[in-house]
Ligand binder design. Structure first.
Ligand code: CP
Ligand code: NVA
Length: 311
């Protein structure tokens, strides 16, 4: 990777994404591969929201590559309250070699990256979740062999995960349908940009308000929680609004016969997805979760190591 940070998939070239996938393949085949490449390097994990997959996969990934992590939870740095983002960025740049930031406002990630002299990785903001979408597309490619001429149907909230999937699909030539209730669409700008990028790859991106239309003939059906972290107070209202957007047996019956079922997790079983579907034979949610580790090790190598020297 030529750039310093991983903030959004929109900033990556298709080639950088494919390169990341190939490196993840090597790392997945042999977990001891490049086991000293980040020796002596430290990654700071600044998390203002809870996490299982992102935190654990980054910590284990650093460990497997010979480096280590410092976890800084919500009460520790107290970003922007105890100390400005600018001062945190400048201070941490003197101690560690990279920062993963999980935060609310996307502007926080941009500000951290602006003032840090070290790589900053977006570990989820209200706007996007690039590490997730890279792992997701890597998983789809692994299962279906190719991404072009395939259709991903995302059903639910037009949120951070949906935004990153739109950019990732567009960059890799995967067709994508998103179905959301009115008023919960992905941002217009993201949709417009993703459509423009997809056109260059001869792929289609479409928005629907009827989930049945979106999943028709889909190779993959993907969903996420209806109320993301930080939106918990809207959960009851959203449960009503999103009722028709549940990924259940009826809905997936409209997709291709061997449709793959994906969810970034954590799942609210019985809400956006039923037990039968998430535990069913077509569900690949835990392979998807596992691939967070492999793809993030690839990201860490590309951003934190002088990769060319070591390969
Ligand atoms: N999918 C995901 O990012 O999971 P966590 O919130 O547990 O990190
Ligand atoms: N959209 C969810 C994703 C969690 C990984 C959230 O932001 O809470």
């Amino acid at each position: 990777m030529l750039r310093k940070d991983l903030i959004s998939i929109k900033d990556m070239t298709s080639r950088e994404i494919t390169d990341m996938f190939s490196l993840a393949d090597e790392l997945k085949k042999d977990k001891n591969k490049f086991s000293r490449i980040l020796f002596g390097k430290t990654l700071a994990l600044i998390f203002q929201k809870p996490s299982n997959r992102t935190r654990v996969s980054f910590e284990v990934g650093m460990y497997q590559l010979g480096g280590n992590c410092v976890y800084l939870g919500p009460g520790e740095i107290n970003l922007g309250v105890r100390e400005s983002i600018k001062d945190v960025a400048k201070t941490l740049s003197r101690y560690v070699d990279g920062i993963v930031l999980r935060t609310f406002a996307h502007e926080n990630v941009l500000e951290m990256a602006r003032y840090a002299s070290i790589p900053v990785i977006n570990g989820l903001s209200d706007f996007s979740h690039p590490c997730q979408a890279l792992a997701d597309l890597y998983t789809i490619r692994e299962k279906l062999k190719n991404l072009t001429d395939r259709l991903l149907a995302y059903v639910g909230d037009g949120n951070n995960v949906c935004h990153s999937l739109l950019y990732a699909s567009a960059k890799t030539g995967l067709n994508m349908n998103a179905a959301t209730p009115k008023g919960y669409e992905p941002q217009q700008k993201v949709l417009r940009e993703a459509k423009e990028i997809a056109k260059l790859k001869k792929a289609n991106i479409n928005l629907f308000y009827d989930p049945r239309k979106a999943v028709k003939d889909a190779d993959v059906v993907y969903t996420d929680v209806w109320a993301s972290m930080g939106k918990e107070d809207e959960a009851a209202k959203r449960k009503e609004i999103f009722r028709g957007f549940q990924v259940n047996e009826n809905l997936i019956g409209l997709a291709k016969k061997n449709v793959l079922i994906m969810h970034c997790l954590p799942a609210h079983r019985g809400e956006e997805i039923t037990d039968e579907v998430i535990d069913g034979p077509n569900s690949i949610v835990f392979e998807q979760a596992e691939n967070r580790l492999h793809i993030q090790k690839a990201i860490l190598i590309r951003l934190l190591a002088n990769a060319r020297e070591h390969r």
